[in-house]
Design a binder for this molecule. Structure first.
Ligand code: LLP
Length: 382
């Protein structure tokens, strides 16, 4: 990925910054587009994974819709070329202001998580003379076998409507004139690498379909959410879209007039981004040698928050390998990117790449310690 000519151009820039390989993003989008259209799925890119305007423009050019969780995301998506009629609005705590703005923009669908939320949408819609299309986000109680913080589809989670409450929800819908029930939505977690998890989700959906049929409720949208993981050990490896589609096609039982929608985030943008940083100091600790870089948890919080593993490369050294801990400059011991890893002999000024950082990197950056936000550099603009 980092040929010498690219490296020469990158190493003159002020670090830290995200480097996005546009070729990788495009080829990921092409694969996804062809797999999705072969299976007839509708793709909504989960904007929260990375809302960089340039990336959004590229992603929207493939004809995907967008999955947003705030009106700011909806606005950003529309500016980047996503059509409002292809935008879904999710989230367990949508504000009245955001709901109203989304209604005025005529978005495609609200993914709803509770009766009070649906009632508020109905009342705002009636005030603005609109009818809101809604899908019910259901909590299927299927474990995603991923990190606790990014597990969203089991009973203890705040997300979705519990199955035992569906009857009450469906009854309540009958008296709400400004919402139109279109289907069901799920999102059980992120960075899911065990394919059997999606099989369990499909079986649960099949059972639910029987229940909806028994009450004569038509489902047009079956939205599986996102969640497909990437291989953080191998940044060159694209997400396994083909396996995912094959599995879902094998296990899900669709009825006439139904369409599967999906909301991939990480699997689209994860492998195209690297966080590029410079070594400030190499410091001997009591048990280890610290490589202190100028990127910190403010630029990429995933290792600090989820103990996430990202491959780290020293792009400028070819020396003998040694053991190091790679840490950032922020005043928190959690500001650690990796402990006890092998790197070629590392010294002040070396350029470090933290790989597979395209998803939930830039979008989760903060200004803690009043640090600058990381910049972004695109492979086709250098
Ligand atoms: N749809 C919904 C309703 C979601 O909540 C999410 C992600 C997605 C789709 C996209 O999921 P993906 O395909 O990216 O797994 N910050 C965490 C990930 C949080 C995911 C939140 N929801 C991380 O860095 O791992």
């Amino acid at each position: 990925m980092f040929e010498q000519s690219i490296l020469d151009k990158l190493s003159n820039r002020q670090t830290p910054f995200y480097y996005y390989d546009v070729g990788v993003l495009r080829s990921t989008c092409e694969t996804l587009k062809s797999e999705a259209s072969a299976s007839g799925y509708k793709v909504h890119y989960a904007v929260k994974a990375n809302a960089n305007p340039r990336l959004l423009e590229i992603i929207s050019s493939y004809g995907f819709g967008a999955d947003c969780v705030s009106f700011n995301e909806i606005d950003c998506a529309m500016r980047a070329g996503f059509s409002p009629s292809e935008i879904v609005f999710a989230g367990v705590g949508k504000t009245d202001r955001d709901i109203e703005a989304a209604l005025k923009s005529d978005i495609f669908c609200f993914n709803c998580e509770s009766i009070p939320e649906i009632e508020v949408i109905n009342s705002i819609a009636s005030g603005t003379g609109k009818t809101a299309s809604i899908a019910l986000r259901i909590n299927p109680n299927v474990s995603a076998h991923t990190h606790k913080y990014i597990t969203t589809g089991i009973h203890e989670n705040k997300f979705g409507i519990n199955i035992w409450d569906l009857e009450e929800v469906m009854n309540r819908l009958k008296s709400l004139d400004n919402v139109r029930f279109r289907g069901i939505h799920f999102h059980i977690g992120s960075q899911i690498t065990r394919m059997s998890v999606f099989r369990s989700l499909c079986s649960k959906i099949n059972e639910l379909q029987d229940w909806f049929a028994s009450i004569d409720a038509e489902l047009e949208i079956i939205n599986l959410g996102g969640g497909l993981g990437i291989d953080y050990e191998d940044p060159e490896k694209p997400a396994r879209f083909q396996n995912y589609f094959r599995l879902v096609n094998e296990y899900i039982r669709l009825r006439p007039g139904q369409r599967i929608h999906i909301e991939p985030g990480r699997s689209i943008v994860g492998q195209c981004g690297s966080l590029i940083s410079r070594v400030l100091f190499v410091k001997k600790g009591s048990k280890t040698v610290f490589v202190i870089i100028d990127a910190g948890m403010t630029d990429l919080i995933r290792p600090a928050l989820y103990n996430a593993h990202h491959m780290i490369e020293n792009l400028t050294s070819t020396g003998d390998e040694h053991w190091y801990d790679v840490v950032g400059p922020v005043c928190e011991s959690a500001d650690t990117f990796a402990t006890h890893i092998r790197l070629p002999e590392t010294k002040r000024g070396d350029i470090i790449a933290i790989r597979s950082a395209g998803a939930y990197g830039e979008s989760m950056a903060s200004r803690y310690n009043m640090r600058d936000l990381p910049g972004s550099v695109f492979s086709d603009e250098i």
